[in-house]
Design a protein around this ligand. Structure first.
Ligand SMILES: NC(=O)C1=CN([C@@H]2O[C@H](COP(=O)(O)OP(=O)(O)OC[C@H]3O[C@@H](n4cnc5c(N)ncnc54)[C@H](O)[C@@H]3O)[C@@H](O)[C@H]2O)C=CC1
Ligand SMILES: O=C(O)C1=N[C@H](C(=O)O)C[C@H](O)C1
Length: 268
């Protein structure tokens, strides 16, 4: 049966790439789209393609009045959690691309999804190579106890750390061995320059840079005496890398109950 998809953030950078991609998939159909600025217009036309017969809604509540299976959210950090909880309460599965949420938010979303017997698939980064970076970093953490993350993004990015860095830090914090580095709390000077510990336990230090010219890059640095390993991902300037991973998530989320975090969970 065709998967009926609602896209929130339809006219955004990622939404504009996803809507035409969904239209070319034989096993899914766009049945709803949300954008306040484009409300009332045809969703295909607002992203620069042919009409697709879907009228853009001004709110998610409005879009969910039509029957659907999966909500895909690429909106804003201050919007995504309410969207996810609303869709879950209406029995929809949810694919979360939007950044800004952390372990505590995801625990709440997981509980709501289990209570409503739906699936949620959230990934800080739906690109294949960013997912491989996470997988390789988790492998390295088995052998190297000391790791820190540098998160590079554009000057105007509204959240820090990025979804990519946050998911990576939280995953590494779960598997890391005890650090050999002097704790930031025992450093004199300006301890905040040591970054923020993200994740459970001692966490992983994350350093978020925000500067013009960056798009999004993420680096996991592992140090041992006299040697160092850097695992780095660089995103380019188009949203193309996130399309295939999001389509995969749309296909798989209906087989899940509760939350799965990270595209790596879907790769063999
Ligand atoms: N997980 C991943 O692989 C990726 C995640 N992202 C994240 O996805 C989010 C969106 O990224 P972009 O598309 O670049 O942002 P964008 O700013 O280009 O698009 C966001 C869209 O959401 C709309 N929006 C805001 N509030 C809304 C609401 N209440 N209801 C409906 N629509 C609303 C905005 O008007 C805008 O059109 C960001 O948090 C970004 O960090 C971006 C790229 C990849
Ligand atoms: O805001 C962005 O642009 C991006 N955000 C995602 C994040 O927060 O990790 C990832 C993507 O590469 C671009």
């Amino acid at each position: 049966m065709t998967i009926r998809v609602v896209m929130a953030g339809a006219t955004g950078w990622v939404g504009k790439a996803l809507i035409p991609a969904i239209a070319t998939q034989a096993d899914m159909t766009l049945v709803g789209a949300v954008s306040r600025s484009a409300a009332g217009r045809d969703a295909g036309a607002v992203v620069g393609g042919p009409d697709n017969g879907v009228t853009v809604s001004a709110s998610l509540v409005e879009a969910l009045a039509t029957a659907s299976d999966v909500l895909v959210d690429y909106t804003r950090p201050d919007v995504v959690k309410d969207h996810a909880l609303l869709a879950i309460s209406r029995g929809r599965h949810v694919v979360i691309g939007t950044s800004g949420l952390g372990a505590t938010d995801y625990a709440e979303i997981d509980a709501a999804a289990r209570a409503n017997r739906v699936g949620v698939l959230a990934a800080g980064n739906f690109s294949i190579t960013a997912t491989l970076m996470k997988r390789f970093a988790l492998m390295a953490a088995k052998y190297v106890p000391d790791v820190e993350i540098i998160d590079y993004a554009s000057a105007g990015k509204p959240d820090a750390p990025s979804g990519t860095a946050r998911e990576l830090a939280e995953a590494l914090a779960e598997v890391r061995q005890a650090s050999t580095v002097r704790p930031a709390s025992e450093v004199s000077g300006v301890p905040a320059t040591r970054g923020a510990a993200v994740g459970a336990g001692e966490g992983v230090q994350v350093h978020a840079l925000r500067l013009p010219s960056y798009i999004l890059s993420c680096e996991a640095l592992f140090g041992l005496p006299d040697e160092r390993l850097t695992i780095r991902h660089d995103a380019g300037s188009s949203a193309a890398p996130y399309v295939a991973g999001t389509l995969l998530a749309i296909r798989r989320v209906q087989q899940i109950t509760g939350l799965v975090r990270g595209l790596d969970a879907l790769l063999d």
